[in-house]
Write a protein that binds this ligand. Structure first.
Ligand code: SF4
Ligand code: SF4
Length: 387
């Protein structure tokens, strides 16, 4: 007789035990000790490394990992939050379409992010129809349930773009279209690596995104910029082990790519997902909010899918937004410097005062992956001394 399948309770227990394996305090202490020792061996201060994933910053803040980092190691959060880097003109397009009477569907955090003058929430308060969805397929369901034109304002990196590509290829209803603000991470690492101000000496790459792209994609980058890249997962020990390996590579001046997330990431990545992604999207240059123009950093629909591309289906009346004035406070927002690794939230004079999660001034205070929101929620850089 075959073994009985585990019950739901047993599966939950298994998953909890697996998680604990990656949260063992003794191993965490050992890894923190390695990071401190190797950073000291480098003999410079500060040694700056960057991660480019909101989930890494969330885990670092949530588990208080910054308190274990040596003072000489600067672990910077780069442009890793998909909400933060969606540029103002892209939000403007969504707002304009909503004000023109189309039903806009997007992820919850996107509703709070201001474009040049308004957010989707502001447009909704003025009477526009905006719906929160949790996935691209839910936006398709919404279109199936109505005769109205539904535009899915699609944001996020290659991980979420794959899901958008899948619904585009699945023959969605005629009243469905996509306003793509998707971004592609590898090109922005090039830009950040070349910024003279931040002196990043190595990158911790996001394990989620690498499950799609594979770790091999970073080899040319590491070679070109002579910088090491370590792919890491999201449990505390994943991050500490990734950082320990990264500082070793910095110390040894070895511009290698190391995969520290082998339980999910392979060198080639998910070929099928890559094929789906590139059959729907093409990379084009465009701005990332507050950072720079990123060549090949934006994903737009290929010509074959023009009939599902909101930009080509509808005239977008941006001029109608010019009657609204932007908040005067936005001039003081330094989100761009924070995402480029040049500043921290505590350097912003609005942080925790005029700018809080309920009334965000800049995009970094909106999303659960935004640095300002994370620092506001968890306290950012706790100084708890050595573990
Ligand atoms: S989309 Fe995934 S990999 Fe990319 S920043 Fe967000 S959590 Fe990290
Ligand atoms: S605290 Fe607010 S205003 Fe300051 S950088 Fe962050 S999001 Fe912008």
């Amino acid at each position: 007789m075959p073994d009985a399948l585990p019950t739901a309770a047993e599966s939950r227990l298994d998953s909890a035990i697996r998680q604990l394996k990656f949260r063992d305090p003794e191993t965490a202490r050992k890894l923190a000790g390695t990071i401190a020792r190797v950073t000291k061996e480098i003999g410079r201060s500060p040694v700056s490394v960057m991660h480019v994933c909101g989930s890494h910053e969330q885990a670092i803040a949530k588990f208080g990992l910054r308190a274990t980092f040596p003072k000489d190691l600067n672990v910077i959060m780069g442009p890793g939050c998909p909400v933060c880097i969606t540029d103002m003109p892209e939000v403007d397009e969504g707002v304009a379409l909503a004000r023109q009477g189309l039903l806009i569907a997007s992820y919850g955090d996107m509703l709070k992010v201001r474009g040049t003058v308004q957010s989707l929430n502001d447009a909704q308060a003025d009477g526009a129809d905006v719906a929160v969805v949790y996935s691209a397929s839910q936006a398709v369901e919404l279109a199936r349930s109505t005769d109205r034109e539904v535009v899915f304002f699609a944001t996020g990196f290659e991980t979420t773009a794959v899901a958008t590509a899948a619904v585009i290829r699945s023959n969605p209803p005629k009243n469905f279209s996509v306003l793509s603000a998707h971004k592609y991470i590898p090109p922005v690492m090039e830009i950040v690596a070349e910024m003279p101000e931040n002196r990043v000496e190595g990158f911790l790459a996001a394990g989620h995104a690498a499950t799609i792209t594979g770790w091999g994609i970073f080899e040319a980058f590491a070679e070109k910029h002579r910088l090491p890249v370590v792919v890491a997962g999201f449990e505390p020990l994943d991050i500490l082990a990734g950082l320990a390996r990264l500082v070793e590579l910095v110390r040894d001046r070895e511009p290698a790519v190391v995969n520290m997330f082998p339980r999910c990431v392979t060198k080639e990545g998910n070929r099928r997902a890559q094929e789906e992604l590139w059959s729907v999207f093409r990379p084009v240059g465009g701005r990332w909010r507050g950072i720079a123009h990123v060549p090949n950093g934006n994903l737009r629909l290929r010509d074959e899918w023009a009939h599902l591309d909101a930009r080509r289906r509808f005239p977008i009346d941006l001029a109608s937004l010019w009657d609204y004035a932007p908040s005067a406070l936005t001039a003081d927002c330094i989100c761009g410097d924070i995402m480029s690794g040049i500043a921290s939230p505590s350097n912003c004079k609005l942080f925790g005062k005029e700018c809080v999660p309920d009334t965000p001034v800049g995009a970094c205070m909106v999303s659960s992956e935004g640095t300002c929101k994370i620092w506001h929620q968890y306290g950012g850089h706790p100084d708890l001394g050595a573990l």
